[in-house]
Design a protein around this ligand. Structure first.
Ligand code: ADP
Ligand code: ZN
Ligand code: ZN
Length: 826
């Protein structure tokens, strides 16, 4: 069949594919999976060929078929398996193909593929031979010129340079055919590798502004300019433009405009690969597997050998050595000439695990995560696609890494919420990993100390294979957990601070004996609630229905949902009273209080406010790991995965902060967080202790986390889910309708409601529309429907029909947000 037409997925807000003709000159280079440049409306756009076809599309449907302009890469970006995976993602999450394929591909940067030629021994011999010859033909002269140039350069030379030599093109081809030259494809950035660096253009010279001067400047700025100013002041220096845009939550075009206006200045700097602090002097421990690890690993390698799809759930308490089992499984896959993919829940862990893999497995390991500069990410992606990489370590989106012949996909800490993408397509990295393993006939290995309810249920029902590590390595005991009842503490001391007397005392003991304390607090800022005592009004964000938090260092009120900030008002905006109070200690306050209590101690904080860059983040973690910090305060950033050997005390301040959220996963999340953070204690040779402060000591999530009894929690929570028809017993989707005008949001909700009401008779239960838990967010009013169905297929069908109906009613596409398998309803 010769294909004359193809279907292309384009990143446009339409739910369909687009038909293009393949011109004769491109017939041999367009395949399914190729990235192509096509005319769309009146501009050129890059898309992916999803399907080829020989038949001209129905002229009724497509009037004017346009031609593909260019094929972007020498090999199709997506393999047939990945195309199939993309179709599954689109179907299951009811997402538009353009969105899905955009999420799967490397960043769209101006990356060009070039051919480089290398001189080999045969070529060098040929050169000497020609050099010594007395009579040379014209073709031999051309060959000699080419070989001599390459000999002088002594490194790979770009093919187009050689082509410019007289007779160069055909000489190169002859030499390649005779294997006197070698060729390889490399991806290069079109421009030189530079990035735009942006700094504040202070009228007072380049030095950093201090104190009163800072305030004077800050007060004359617009809201967005102030955010940019503060980010630059906090980072104590210039930042790359994209990083600044992200941190300050402003658009790139605004930054460009401010540069043109002279408020910001910018210059180009060469792009350097960031130094990896963890990589300095690192040799991985050479552990000999214990019998538990050995036994479970043998099962996994057995599955890899048999080439059939299997899902294993490695359930092992914190510190039981799951990482060793993952690495063993990866080695087994490599030994069988297969490739392996390791997903971890956060960027810091990619570095940690990537470092381990590189030390153990050599340079064929690539690390892919969203904090890499786009050029870096694209280059690594293509290295994988060309088959130069056999192991990929990465965060969520690495599940689409273009490895071929995949034998193993590891999903570490499979219960983590960060695997869920919170923008379209709202896929779950773990679930996509399982489907990918299925398509490739590979093994999916999920690991956790606190598996998600869904996964553990699947393991119990026999859908997954349960693998278990029963105890910590070297039989180190799990640290005992004690619950501190804050109500009792208040009765005794009549002070309601973030630190109970018990916890304060315990930290003191650690300081005296020279070991470390790790304190978890799940709120950022100084106070997370600002209230007027006269009228009782909380000071809310202008854009969201949520209280602003006070940040003392910045001396501003800040919205943690949209980034809105304002100065702290002297009087209540509602009643003009002066009685404004701050409640609820956050991480910033806790750090301050600890420093006051223990002036001699080295206290540090790890949260999104204190560490805004990857480098700062690694610095703090590195300092804590090497013992330079005595007390580390942090948000859930500190709870996960890290292996700090010197920590003997873990304190949890306001453990119940999540329990009151209107979300069916609140208990599960609290249990997981407490178990994870408790697992940070006593991982080295010294035993540990955990103190959990709470106002709800009787809540089962807290009680069972204190006993570290996952199985009891699982049973209890499963009952609750069964009774209330929540996952894993029901397929769930959330539909959010949103608009800045409340009338629109209401009108559209009514339309959708009219469509959804009759669906109840088809087995899909519809709750809503109701005001969403966050009724207003980023200036938009939000209404929510929840759809529950006992069968997945019913749910998928109704959601797809709902979106078609929504298009029919001309409801704007961005007004209706679909979340299949939502992780959070908040
Ligand atoms: P988990 O991920 O299960 O919480 P890790 O994989 O981080 O646990 O392992 C915890 C610690 O135990 C690490 O420091 C690791 O090097 C060490 N470890 C793992 N396996 C062994 C072993 N067989 N013998 C000795 N130490 C081990
Ligand atoms: Zn008031
Ligand atoms: Zn807000």
């Amino acid at each position: 069949m010769s294909a004359n037409y193809c279907e292309v997925a384009l990143p446009v807000p339409l739910r369909s594919l687009f038909t293009y003709a393949i011109p004769e000159r491109l017939a041999s280079s367009v395949c399914a999976g190729s990235r192509v440049l096509v005319p769309f409306r009146n501009r050129a756009m890059a898309g992916v060929v999803v399907e080829l076809s020989a038949r001209r599309p129905d002229p009724e449907r497509v009037k004017n078929v346009r031609e593909i302009a260019e094929v972007l890469d020498p090999i199709p970006a997506l393999s047939p398996k990945l195309l199939e995976l993309g179709r599954w993602v689109g179907g299951y999450y009811v997402a538009a193909p353009g969105d899905v394929f955009r999420a799967m591909l490397p960043p769209q940067i101006d990356l060009r593929h070039e051919r480089e030629l290398l001189l080999n021994d045969a070529g060098r011999a040929r050169r000497s031979e020609l050099d010594a010859a007395v009579n040379r033909s014209e073709t031999e002269i051309a060959e000699l010129a080419l070989l001599s140039l390459m000999n002088i350069e002594d490194r790979p030379v770009r093919a187009d340079r050689l082509r410019k030599l007289p007779g160069g093109e055909s000489a190169a081809e002859r030499l390649l055919r005779r294997r006197q030259l070698e060729a390889r494809e490399v991806a290069v950035h079109r421009n030189a590798r530079v990035q735009k660096i942006v700094a504040w253009n202070s009228a007072h010279g380049d030095g950093p502004l201090a104190g009163a001067q800072t305030d004077a400047v800050a007060n004359s700025l617009t809201e967005k300019e102030a955010r940019i100013f503060h980010v630059l002041a906090e980072e104590r220096g210039p930042l790359p433009l994209p990083a600044l845009a992200k941190l300050a939550n402003v658009s790139r075009s605004l930054l460009e405009r401010l540069i043109r206006q002279g408020k910001l200045k910018s210059w180009d700097e060469p792009l350097a690969v960031e130094e990896d602090l963890f990589d300095v002097d690192y040799t991985p421990p050479s552990n000999i597997l214990n019998p538990d690890q050995e036994r479970e690993l043998r099962k996994i390698t057995g599955w890899i050998d048999s080439d059939v799809f299997k899902v294993g759930l490695l359930y092992g308490v914190t510190g039981s050595g799951k990482t060793e089992v993952y690495l063993g499984a990866v080695e087994a896959a490599l030994a069988r000439s297969k490739t392996a993919l390791i997903l971890v829940p956060e960027i810091a862990l990619t570095l940690w695990v990537g470092r381990l893999c590189r030390a153990r497995l050599g340079p064929s390991v690539a690390v892919l995560h969203s904090a890499l500069a786009e050029v870096e990410r694209a280059r690594e992606w293509w290295r994988v696609r060309r088959g130069e990489v056999r192991v990929v370590v990465g965060t969520r989106s690495a599940v689409f890494a273009p490895l071929e012949n995949l034998g193993l996909v590891v999903v570490d800490e499979e219960q983590e919420a960060s695997y869920k993408q919170e923008e379209t397509p709202r896929y779950h990295g773990r679930d996509v990993a399982i489907v990918r393993a299925k398509l490739e006939g590979a093994v999916a290995l999920l690991g956790s100390a606190t598996p998600s309810l869904e996964s553990f249920q699947n393991a119990r029902s026999g859908k997954y294979q349960l693998l278990q590590l029963e105890s910590r390595v070297e039989n180190r005991p799990l640290a005992p957990v004690e619950i501190v009842d804050l109500r009792g503490d208040f009765k005794k001391t009549h002070r309601a601070g973030p630190l109970s007397s018990k916890l304060t005392e315990a930290i003191g003991v650690r300081l005296a004996e020279g070991t470390q304390s790790l304190i978890l607090i799940n709120r950022r800022g100084y106070s997370w609630f600002v209230l007027c005592r006269s009228c009782g009004a909380g000071i809310q964000c202008e854009n969201c229905s949520i209280s602003l938090a006070y940040h003392k260092q910045r001396d501003r009120l800040e919205c943690h949902y949209c980034g809105f900030t304002r100065r702290v008002p002297k009087t209540c905006p509602k009643c003009a009273s002066e009685h404004i109070y701050f409640f609820g200690a956050g991480a910033e306050q806790l750090e301050e209080k600890l420093q006051e209590k223990f002036p001699g101690a080295k206290v540090a904080r790890l949260d999104r406010d204190s560490v805004r860059t990857k480098r700062a983040y690694q610095q703090v973690l590195g300092d804590f790991a090497s013992g330079k910090i005595d007390i580390l305060v942090g948000t859930q950033m500190v709870a996960k995965g890290h292996d700090f050997q010197g920590v003997t005390l873990v304190g949890v301040v306001s453990a119940d902060s999540q329990l009151s959220l209107p979300d069916f996963r609140a208990a599960e999340r609290t249990f997981q967080l407490l178990t994870q953070v408790a697992g940070r204690a006593g991982r080295g040779a010294l035993p540990g202790e955990v103190l959990v402060e709470t106002y709800y000591p009787e809540h089962y999530a807290i009680q069972l986390a204190a006993r570290q009894d996952y199985l009891a929690f699982f049973e209890r929570e499963l009952q609750f889910r069964r009774l209330l028809h929540y996952p894993p017993f029901t397929a769930l989707a959330s539909i959010l309708v949103r608009d800045t005008k409340i009338e629109n949001a209401i009108r559209w909700s009514r339309h959708l409601s009219a469509f959804l009401a009759p669906q109840e008779s088809r087995g899909v239960k519809v709750l809503g529309p109701a005001a969403a838990p966050l009724a207003r967010l980023k200036r938009e009013y939000r209404f929510q429907f929840l759809l529950k169905a006992p069968k997945r297929a019913q749910l998928t069908r109704v959601v797809a029909e709902l979106l078609a109906f929504s298009d029919e009613k001309e409801i704007p596409r961005k007004a209706v947000l679909v979340d299949v398998d939502p992780l959070s309803l908040f």
